[in-house]
Design a protein. Sequence first.
Length: 155
Amino acid sequence: MQRLRGARWGLLLGVGLVGVHLIAGSALFESTPAAAADLTVWKSPTCDCCGKWIEHMRAAGFSIVVRDVEDMHRIRTGQVVPEALRSCHTAMMDGYVLEGHVPASDVNRLLTEKPQLKGLSVPGMPASAPGMDHPGHPYGVVTFGRTGGGLYASH
């Protein structure tokens, strides 16, 4: 009888440990954004491609606060976005600046890796970037800020 009770206890303990392992493992591989903070986007009220980029980010699971502003120069200067890297909208999330049509996959990578930099930019308005949606035109995502800059991703 004592042996049977010990076997049941061992089985319950084993099932419980497997359950905890599965739950913890599934949390590591979720496809939701790496941070739950809101993404705040400053954009011109007349820019259609900014709205399409916002749709792209929402479809990827980001919660977004939109701020329509007339003076984007003031926003970019305040966020220290280098002039050569500026685009049509500026966003902030978790202390990082996102300038232009940065893909959601790169934002997730940024929020997961948490590198020491000010932000990411897709300079100008590349035709293939999210929100522009004209495939076949390669573009790069670049870093800027605390440790200089460089290529972050190629698309």
